[in-house]
Write a protein that binds this ligand. Structure first.
Ligand SMILES: N[C@@H](CCC(=O)N[C@@H](CS)C(=O)NCC(=O)O)C(=O)O
Length: 319
């Protein structure tokens, strides 16, 4: 079986979510460190324009977004399950909370808190990415008390879940909800200047955090970006063509489409189609399921690749 290659960087919280999943599965994987800011010249040949982190590559199949990545990992390596004790299905709904409004709240806190210390080019990239064009870091800074008031009860829900006697969110064994909650706690602790102080108010959660940290990340081995590109070039996508007769948009294999990630604010109840730059990936539909879409595209450096996206939170348009 081709190796799992994760394109990520150490400071990325969403990558930490995937690294924890790789740890729960006890997998060996290859690690390619990508830049924190665009351009990402050795990633673009694989994704065709998707610039968010992390991206997973298996041969010439490229998985964008942690949702799609984690589903692919679970599919390839079903044991131990990410849904111990029958947590299937709705556990993904927990992700719509943690990765949606809660992620936005945590990012707002961390960005506002680092208003005076973070490099301006980092803000210039991230603030429009997460908060839309025209958003302003000074406003995030001014709003910190409100943001904390919003955040504190939500972290409290996690704490209560553990305080009722479970070592992990679903019971005795770790699963998807642990990874979904852990990466945000990890981010608050490491990147909010008062993170440790804030988290000290949640003792059950602190003990859980230690347990999840102890799981580790599996066994990563470094790989260069060029090696990863060479692997994609030397292989063909392993994904078979797959129609979905029930596709709500009437899409079918062979259709030319574009895929665009929604910003958190767009995907989680806000308006679609905000103005501003949205990186769009163009290709031909290869495989459709209710949860994911794979499109094929050609690139001079890697040949044919299949790029996979979740349907939730992504706009697929004929094109
Ligand atoms: N919905 C995406 C969100 C990914 C995301 O926001 N990642 C952050 C890093 S943690 C990012 O892409 N930042 C900009 C970048 O790395 O260029 C997922 O679940 O993978």
């Amino acid at each position: 079986m081709p190796e799992i290659i994760l394109h990520h960087y150490p400071q990325s919280p969403v990558s930490e979510k995937v690294r924890v999943v790789l740890g729960i599965k006890g997998l060996a994987w290859r690690s390619v460190e990508i830049p924190r800011l665009p351009p990402k010249p050795d990633l673009m040949p694989l994704t065709g324009g998707y610039r968010q982190t992390p991206v997973m590559q298996v041969g010439a199949d490229v998985f964008c977004d942690s949702q799609c990545i984690i589903r692919a990992i679970e599919h390839r390596h079903p044991e131990p399950t990410l849904f111990p004790g029958g947590g299937d299905g709705m556990a993904w709904g927990v992700g719509r909370w943690t990765d949606g409004p809660l992620f936005t709240t945590v990012i707002s806190l961390v960005m506002g808190d680092s208003a005076d210390t973070m490099a301006p080019e980092f803000f210039a990239d991230r603030i429009p990415l997460y908060f839309g064009p025209g958003a302003d870091v000074e406003a995030l800074k001014a709003r910190i008390p409100e943001t904390l008031a919003d955040l504190r009860p939500q972290v409290g829900w996690m704490d209560t879940r553990i305080a009722t006697g479970r070592p992990f969110m679903l019971g005795p064994d770790p699963g998807l909800p642990d990874a979904l909650c852990y990466y945000l706690i990890w981010f608050i602790r490491g990147r909010y200047s008062k993170g440790p102080e804030f988290l000290a108010g949640f003792p059950a959660l602190n003990a859980w955090e230690e347990r999840v940290r102890a799981i580790g990340h599996g066994t990563p081995t470094d790989m260069t970006a060029q090696e990863a590109l060479d692997i994609a070039r030397a292989t063909e996508p392993a994904t078979p063509e797959r129609p979905d007769p029930g596709d709500p948009q009437g899409l079918k294999p062979g259709d030319p489409v574009t895929v665009t990630p929604a910003r958190p604010g767009e995907a989680y109840g806000g308006a679609w189609d905000l103005p501003g730059e949205a990186p769009t990936v163009a290709g031909t539909v290869l495989s459709l399921t209710p949860e994911d879409i794979a499109i094929t595209r050609e690139d001079g450096r890697v040949g044919t690749v299949a790029v996979h996206f979740p349907r939730v939170g992504y706009k697929v348009r004929a094109g």
